[in-house]
Design a protein around this ligand. Structure first.
Ligand code: ATP
Ligand code: MG
Length: 452
């Protein structure tokens, strides 16, 4: 059976052949091709040495030359090429101390992590190598380590995290002894860099159902090592609309957020992570979590910084978590709705609503009535369409006019006056015209001077 791939990739493989080398597509590309899934990156394995590959192509980046990997820029493709290798001893729980090149593709396939990742496909001849029966495991929907799982996870603990990620991305089960090996070696993940674990978490957050990975992580003890704060939410009971404990609720809320939006996904996962810290009980013994969103923000900040997510990403996720507790009622006045918009920031509204829907999705096995939320969103849209002033930018006056025509001195007083004007206009949008604002500004400023 031939798989359809871009012709450029076949041309690429031919260049190896014509020079007397072998060249196979390997790894995730082969796995995904055989499953009919999208291929995100192409990895090739060859008996050509890195220096041979460098001489065969014009644009080659020595990405991981110590481990035999170079990246070839070929047309629009960025192709990773690794010389067939066997790995030496592993002493740092992550990378082999030394690698040895080998002429045997079979030796190379043996060092790979899971059977489904150890197939090789020759794009020129159509030859398919599958010495570890990856195809059978794909059919059975199973993640199985190659060789002795404990040994393989002892060599490189990142494989444990990859196992959780593949189970989630592919919605496969983990074979029993592989799962046993993951449990046995979970603690070794503390030796793996935060960035590597973050890369896996990011992939998990983009999967159909991230909850699958977090369940596996909880079951194997990986969660305690990687995200102990989330592990602490297990068994924390809640009442009211909630069918689940805080841990399960967080996972299902994460599933309920859009898979294309990692900020909302992570905010959904972490939005209630402060609940264990804020747990109290009312007179009838019902659990309460007053102010939990502030605890959630602080705990999430530590987590996000630990994984070295970009600063802007951190700020967005924390803003969503901090504001997730709004409790809209139809009685809210127009000015209350406008204040809500101003506080949240127009640019964050869509994500905040996404988070709120995800939160509801994660609450209960039964559907929760979201009429309230829909009504609120409609009202907000109508205000946005009416172009009401919702931020200082929208005021029909600016700092320069205040200086020139209202006699307000340059400096911090400008900001104070503009804030006051925004507050006024949020209450009554009809005041948003230059003459009126000027009059209000003069009065406000004079009152302030007198008061001081
Ligand atoms: P993705 O779809 O995310 O690219 P992938 O399986 O291709 O998944 P890569 O990280 O691109 O993962 O690695 C390519 C291949 O290299 C894997 O399929 C596997 O055969 C091998 N590999 C990667 N990381 C490891 C590891 N830590 N231990 C053993 N083999 C690995
Ligand atoms: Mg890959």
């Amino acid at each position: 059976m031939r798989y359809k791939v871009d012709k450029a990739l076949i041309k690429f493989s031919k260049i190896f052949r014509d020079a007397g080398f072998s060249c196979y597509l390997v790894g995730g590309a082969v796995r995904n091709l055989s499953m009919g899934l999208k291929v995100s990156d192409y990895d090739f394995a060859t008996d050509a040495r890195p220096e041979d590959v460098i001489s065969l192509f014009r644009k080659v980046i020595p990405t991981g030359i110590k481990h035999g990997t170079v990246t070839v820029l070929f047309g629009t493709h960025k192709l990773e090429v690794t010389t067939f290798r066997t790995d030496g001893d592993y002493t740092d729980l992550r990378r082999p101390d030394k690698v040895h090149f080998t002429p045997s593709v079979y030796e190379d396939l043996k060092r790979r992590d899971f059977t489904i990742n150890s197939m090789a496909y020759d794009l020129v001849t159509g030859e398919w190598l599958d010495p570890h029966n990856g195809k059978t495991d794909i059919k059975k929907k199973i993640i199985r380590a190659i060789g002795n799982p404990s040994e393989r996870f002892q060599e490189d603990a990142l494989r444990i995290m990859r196992g959780c990620r593949f189970a989630c991305q592919l919605e496969f089960d983990i074979e029993e002894s592989t799962l046993g090996g993951m449990k046995e070696k979970a603690a070794n993940l503390s030796a793996v860099s935060a960035e590597r674990i973050r890369d896996e978490l990011e992939k998990i957050l983009r999967a159909g159902k991230p909850s699958i990975a977090f369940h596996v992580m909880a079951e194997t003890g990986v969660l305690e090592v990687v995200l102990p704060e989330l592990a602490a939410c297990r068994g924390v009971k809640q009442k009211g609309f909630h069918s689940y404990d805080v841990f399960e609720h967080s996972l299902y809320a994460c599933d309920g957020a859009p898979s294309s939006n990692p900020e909302v996904r992570l905010a959904a996962l972490l939005h209630d992570i402060g609940k264990p810290a804020s747990l109290g009980h009312d007179e009838s013994g019902i659990p309460t979590f007053y102010g939990h969103e502030r605890y959630s923000v602080e705990i999430s900040r530590k987590i996000i910084q630990r994984f070295k997510f970009p600063k802007a990403f951190e700020a967005h996720v924390l803003l969503l978590i901090e504001n997730h507790m709004f409790n809209y009622q139809p009685e809210w006045t127009d000015s209350a709705v406008r204040r809500f918009i101003a506080r949240t920031g127009v640019e964050n509204l869509e994500n905040l609503f996404s988070l709120r829907r995800a939160d509801q999705y994660g609450m209960s096995a039964q559907r929760i009535d979201s009429t309230n939320l829909n009504d609120m969103q409609k009202r907000i849209t109508s205000f946005l369409e009416a172009e009401h002033a919702l931020s200082i930018r929208d005021l029909k006056i600016n700092g320069n006019i205040l200086i020139d025509r209202a006699g307000v001195p340059r400096g911090p007083m400008i900001g104070i006056v503009l804030e006051f004007l925004l507050e006024t206009v949020l209450d009554d949008p009809s005041q948003n015209n230059e003459e009126k604002l000027l009059e209000l500004a003069v009065n406000f400023y004079n009152e302030r001077i007198k008061a001081d």
